[in-house]
Design a protein around this ligand. Structure first.
Ligand SMILES: [Zn+2]
Length: 631
């Protein structure tokens, strides 16, 4: 358990906000607007161009007209208090006072910022549903999806963020300019009115089916951006757009259907509905993070909560080769925020070098020499230069990587750490879960190739795989393995790109891992073509009840009978054609995993230990404990 120590250290370094109760979101619904004679299709609605973060000059100070003054109470925002202190110092010293590096200043500002900690309260989100209301009037099809978003997805997303983040509470009603955020209803949305929205720190205009939904070949679930900021450049309004066609209707039907595995009745979802809902909530959580500040263009506006000052004090223009290969002249964040890097393999990327982010990444991989968190080196939208997601190849199970799906993803301390380092939020790290992908796997996991000479090196075990996925005639050739989270199983997504259509881009030279086979690479290309067990993925909750529908290989009868679909069921690789899902419990005191099989308890006390399932010829292997028992 070498990973244990750095985790304890991280808890000491970043004190947890003292268990604040999350705030319920508020909704503005335009149900009252029904007979208003809206007579153009919503997707043709004339809309001015919204203001985007990239439109704001990074040199603009607190008094800039592109930022908007918000009332933070009688003493003001802690950063206002710090600025007042410097002003007074300047007035009280006879001589020109422009350096602020005296320890006296550090002590004074540190005390101000420390005393202001209580001003941070759980984030309150106000959803403007005007546009979704219009969509729900279009057809039963759209109405069902809007209801699903309103009743399930948005409240769960709001709860996740309100539990995770606190902000300096806004002390007046929030007013937003329609010309910056041309969403909702300019006449009736309360956020555009003279009066404003009460009890809100962030206004979100929920829209649907923007042109992003119909662009490109891959299925977009949702998109989002911020469009209005306070005087400290914190986003106070934004929009989130859902692609209604991407919402899985079958799961909505099943949502209210009774389930036989629930036991005590109540609102227990069946495994498929649960999986779809988790995916939808996960993508909503992901999109809101972009509004909150996780984007390429936001980082230059970040504040340092230990000084109350901008991290990039004097933004400079520079010529940068962006991740799409284009040379652009743009403002570049300070080196303490972001740096350009080149990997051992010669791949260029940008790395977030913020202090909390750096420490979380070091702890995550148990490698104290890492300098930061690599951002995705393959572009995900036209506007970004540095990348707006964490690199898929390292942060596969993290919500803020670019690709979602396949395996369950979690809101991690990495994402909360980045938002912490923005200076706009105070996170509660106890809400975060551990991203198990590569957890505790060491420096080699980050610095070396995922696959070496076609083989899976020990640091990649449990994360990457090397067997090809093929269909010959009616026969599927490939191999099942536990997915990287060990909560389900899938087929290794390694394919031969020369056998696929031209629509697929084969691996470039730096991402070829199989000598003599340059066209072999993962279908998940964003993970730098590193293969994972994620094709035909099924969760352990689905496996036992649905063996036939899943078309999983058959195991010994008694091995199948020993499988479990409970919440604590975990995936174990076997010496057979597929893994098994067995009831398992982490014993944090003794650092072992208790596996319950056919009424017996078997102990996993070290990585790779093997056991025979009683009364069968099936041997299963204990996974890395840092992955299955990350806490
Ligand atoms: Zn994204």
């Amino acid at each position: 358990m070498t990973a244990l120590l750095p985790i304890i250290v991280s808890l000491l370094l970043f004190p947890v906000a003292s268990c604040l109760t999350p705030e319920e979101p508020t909704f503005f619904s335009a149900a009252t607007l029904q007979n208003d004679g809206i007579n153009f299709p919503i997707h043709d609605r004339p809309r001015p161009r919204p203001i985007r973060r990239g439109d704001i000059d990074p040199k603009s100070g607190v008094d800039s007209p592109s930022l908007n003054h918000v009332n933070y109470g009688k003493d003001g925002h802690p950063y206002e208090q710090v600025q007042r202190y410097y002003q007074q110092r300047r007035l009280s010293t006879e001589h020109d006072y422009d350096t602020k590096n005296s320890s006296e200043d550090d002590n004074a500002t540190g005390r101000i910022l420390q005393e202001a900690q209580s001003l941070f309260q759980p984030l309150r989100i106000h959803f403007d549903m005007t546009e979704l209301d219009l969509w729900s009037m279009q057809s039963t099809y759209t109405a069902q999806r809007v209801e699903y978003l309103t009743k399930q997805v948005l409240p769960q997303m709001a709860k996740a963020w309100s539990s995770a983040l606190s902000v300096v509470r806004v002390m007046e009603n929030l007013r937003i300019d329609y010309n910056s955020c041309p969403f909702g209803d300019p006449q009736r949305s309360p956020s555009f009115s003279e009066q404003g929205v009460p009890n809100a720190d962030l206004v979100i205009y929920v829209t649907a089916n923007s042109e992003v939904c119909y662009r490109g070949s891959s299925k977009t679930l949702a998109s989002a951006f911020s469009c209005f900021w306070d005087q400290f450049a914190r986003p106070i309004a934004g929009t989130i757009d859902f692609c209604l066609d991407a919402i899985d209707l079958t799961s909505i039907d099943q949502l209210s259907a009774p389930t036989n595995s629930g036991g005590g009745g109540g609102d227990v979802l069946n495994p498929e509905a649960d999986k779809s809902l988790q995916l939808a909530v996960g993508s909503a959580v992901h999109e809101l993070a972009h509004v909150l500040g996780v984007t390429s263009a936001d980082m230059i506006f970040f504040y340092d909560s230990t000084t109350g000052l901008r991290r990039t004090l004097n933004p400079q223009m520079a010529e940068v080769i962006c991740i799409d290969g284009q040379l652009r002249e743009l403002y570049v964040p300070d080196k303490s925020v972001l740096q350009e890097k080149v990997s051992k393999q010669g791949v260029r990327f940008f790395e977030v070098t913020l202090p909390t982010v750096r420490q979380v990444v070091r702890n995550q991989f148990n490698c104290q020499t890492l300098t930061g968190a690599p951002l995705e080196n393959q572009p995900s939208s036209e506007a970004e230069c540095f990348g707006s997601h964490f690199e898929e190849r390292y942060f596969f199970t993290e919500n803020l990587s670019a690709v979602q799906g396949g395996v369950p993803e979690i809101l991690s301390s990495l994402t909360l750490g980045l938002l912490h380092d923005s200076g706009w939020y105070k996170p509660d790290y106890s809400v975060a879960k551990v991203s198990v992908f590569g957890h505790g796997a060491g420096c080699e996991f980050v610095e070396e190739n995922c696959i070496v000479n076609g083989e899976v090196p020990s640091y990649s075990e449990g994360s990457f795989c090397n067997t090809e996925y093929k269909i010959e005639g009616n026969k599927f050739l490939g191999s099942y393995g536990c997915d990287p989270t060990h909560t389900g199983m899938g087929v290794c997504d390694l394919v031969d790109f020369s056998q696929l259509s031209m629509a697929y881009t084969p691996p470039p030279p730096e991402f070829r891992y199989f000598p003599g086979a340059p066209s072999l690479g993962a279908l998940t290309t964003r993970a730098d073509y590193c293969p994972t067990y994620t094709v035909n993925a099924v969760t352990c909750k689905q496996v036992p009840g649905k063996l036939e529908q899943m078309k999983l290989p058959i195991l010994d009868y008694f091995a199948t009978a020993a499988e479990s679909d409970s919440d604590s069921s975990r995936c174990f690789n076997t010496d057979q054609q597929r893994p098994v899902c067995l009831e398992a419990e982490c014993d944090a005191v003794n650092h072992v995993l208790n596996v319950k099989v056919a009424g017996r308890e078997l102990l996993c006390s070290y990585d790779g230990q093997t056991h025979l399932i009683p009364d069968t010829g099936v041997t299963f292997e204990c996974p890395k404990l840092a992955i299955v028992c990350p806490e």
